[in-house]
Write a protein that binds this ligand. Structure first.
Ligand SMILES: NC(=O)c1ccc[n+]([C@@H]2O[C@H](COP(=O)([O-])OP(=O)(O)OC[C@H]3O[C@@H](n4cnc5c(N)ncnc54)[C@H](O)[C@@H]3O)[C@@H](O)[C@H]2O)c1
Length: 342
């Protein structure tokens, strides 16, 4: 198995998880790093032993010709960087949110399709091991046809100190966090045809919304509620756990606090502890997310080697991003938005 050579753009807050996961995975090595910020670039290069460092992404990709590029920057930079990778024939992973607009997202997908290069969005929440287990239990079919779903993320965790830009944007929780919950809803219940949204800003110190409740109609015939909040003080802070409820004609599934799964069907109720492992470089409470980073990056390597489209490809992510766009449109009018109109 030839070792794959990767390059990383963006040496910020979250990229450290990506670098740790690349280091854990066999058959891959990050050979070059890029960041416009020389201090962050140097720190990451030293911490992970990568001597090839660039402040210009094009110079890095032209000089090092990696087998893929991992783009870990924030959304406004994604289109230029993905189009650059496509123009050089380099497969790309792009962090979420994929793009600030649907037009940018569609342009990136088109550029990579024209160039024949794979494109995956780092949409890692559906790669959390508890969520994968939930999907497997759903597929067993013992709860019958699902008619209701709920994907819920409610917390008062201070996300602003690690990611100060979250407090500054006109859009916040749906674009940053709701996007993951919406993707989980798609993963579990299939694509949506319409969405109805309510939003609120509770924290007066931030610019965007920190609370959102969304009702999704799914093509498969069921409906689901996706709700998220960074203004919810609970007896037990659950960050970054996503709770899930699924009701079917013959039973129900719950992913509750503490990664506790309960499945009720004709055989009665059974429980499983779905606590994710604490990887050597991980730290609580982020370990659930950190494991999902490892799992999505392993998926990328497998699909790159096998010539398969990643589950969370750019093309797939257009559907998740369309839900985000539709949520903001619908929150302004109060009316349902058909996904076909986004
Ligand atoms: N998937 C997840 O679970 C998860 C969690 C946190 C953050 N994120 C996402 O990761 C992305 C990065 O977030 P972050 O908090 O690490 O941001 P950050 O601001 O800490 O880091 C981004 C880095 O990219 C660099 N950069 C930006 N444009 C560049 C360019 N054109 N060339 C070179 N360097 C450039 C910046 O200098 C900065 O160091 C965001 O889109 C965020 O939503 C994902």
């Amino acid at each position: 198995m030839n070792e794959l050579r990767g390059a990383l753009i963006g040496c910020g807050f979250f990229a450290r998880n990506q670098m740790n996961a690349w280091r854990d995975l066999p058959g891959v090595r990050i050979v070059a790093l890029c960041d416009r910020d020389a201090g962050r670039l140097q720190a990451m290069g030293e911490d992970f032993g990568v001597p090839a460092r660039f402040t210009d992404a094009e110079a890095m990709l032209r000089e090092t010709r990696p087998d893929f590029v991992d783009i870990a920057t924030t959304a406004p930079s994604h289109r230029a960087l993905v189009e650059l990778a496509a123009s050089l024939g380099i497969p790309a992973i792009c962090q979420k949110p994929f793009a600030p607009t649907m037009a940018d997202a569609r342009a990136m997908v088109a550029a990579c399709e024209r160039a024949g290069v794979p494109l995956m969005v780092h949409e890692n929440f559906r790669w959390q091991s508890p969520i994968r287990r939930l999907r497997a239990v759903l597929d067993e079919g013992t709860i019958g046809t699902p008619f209701f779903g709920r994907v819920s993320f409610r917390s008062a965790f201070d996300v602003y100190s690690g990611q100060p830009y979250l407090a500054e944007g006109e859009r916040f929780i749906v674009e940053d966090l709701g996007i993951h919950a919406l993707d989980i809803a798609r993963f579990l219940f299939g694509d949506a045809t319409a969405i109805t949204t309510r939003m609120a800003r509770v924290n007066p110190l931030i610019r965007g919304e920190d609370v959102a409740t969304m009702l999704l109609d799914h093509a498969a015939g069921l409906h689901s509620v996706v709700d998220c909040s960074y203004a919810t003080r609970l007896e037990e802070e659950l960050f970054p756990q996503t709770l899930v409820e699924i009701d079917g004609a013959l039973g129900s599934i719950r992913l509750g606090p503490g990664y506790r799964l309960s499945v009720t069907d004709a055989a009665g109720t059974r429980h499983e502890d779905l606590s994710p492992p604490l990887l050597a470089w991980a730290s609580r409470p982020w370990h659930n997310i950190q494991e999902s980073v490892l799992l999505i990056q392993r998926h990328w390597l497998e699909t790159l080697r096998d010539g398969r489209e990643p589950d969370t490809s750019g093309r797939d992510n257009l559907q998740t991003l369309a839900l985000v766009e539709a949520a903001y449109q619908g929150a302004r009018t109060g009316l349902p938005v058909a996904l076909a109109d986004v």
